[in-house]
Write a new protein. Sequence first.
Length: 361
Amino acid sequence: MIPRVLCNLSIVFLAVFVSALPQAATDGVEYVKLEPEATDASRPGSGGPRRCKRLAVRKEWRDLSATHKQDYIRAVKCLQQRRALNTTLPNKFNRFDEFSFSHSNAADRVHGVGQFLPWHRHFGYLHHQALRDCNYAGPFPYWDWTRDTNGTTPIQQSSLFDPVTGFGGDGVAGTYTPPTDDDGSAFPLIPDFMKGCVQTGPFANHVLHVGPGRRFTDHCLVRGFQEYLRPFLSQPHISNIMSQTTYDNFWNSLDGIPFKPDPALHDAGHGFMGGDMTSFYTSPNDPIFFLHHAGLDRIWWQWQNVDLDNRLYQIGGKVNNQPPFGEVTLDYQLPYPGLATPWVTLRNAMDIRLEPYCYTY
């Protein structure tokens, strides 16, 4: 038997040792408990996703604690330093690059079509899982654009772009020359939006390897803020989107350029950031991408919740951008080249209260 004194010393030593280890930020994580329901999707043996026991509450970036903000940025930088899991890519490609690479290879199949929102919902989930691999345990953040558009202060003065507590600011003119080669893209870069390299904040010196566009080039994170798109990120525009009564009208009202002549919420968020965010194929190069799309996912979930009985599994719209356009169905397989196999059935991305999602807003 171990003497009590030695046992007590061992306990004290273990406590000191554990406290000295790096700890993931877990303060402030909120959960909503769910009561079990006897639905086809949650009943054991049904073959469908199981109902979550609790839902993690996603938070607007500015509602995260200072610790969570720092830890989220740390985890993003961790992905930018880890070797890509896809070993067919050059050694310099990292896990962060992989998300842009996957998006680039799926982009023509998941934009301007009915599967746009479900695809990005699961893409955000995959990104969150990758952050967890880098020991981020805090809430997944989203961008509520109305916090930056309901007043008169320029969006670029938002704390979201703070160099210390945010993602850094605008690109600096004259620091980047956009490539002019033909990369086979149906949606080429817009030079006026490619202002320059971001030189403030945590990603000022990061080198990206994918894009812009379909090409591979080593380049800085490029931005070029476009304040004129502000109205499309404001409450009146969002209220109009939320007033739509069918899924097909809903997603069409939030998605504009390049498939429609006028901007809308989705493309206005990309367009405001400019730079890499305006690349049709490799917009995930900018870490803001995931906050912007989580914001879109949030208003989709709010729209679904207005009438869950009729909207939870409501889908619609064309499945292809080129003839034959077809019609998207719940059986469509969502493609994530290089990130997820087998592909995810669209039906399984409709309810965030089911595994593997288990989150809410």
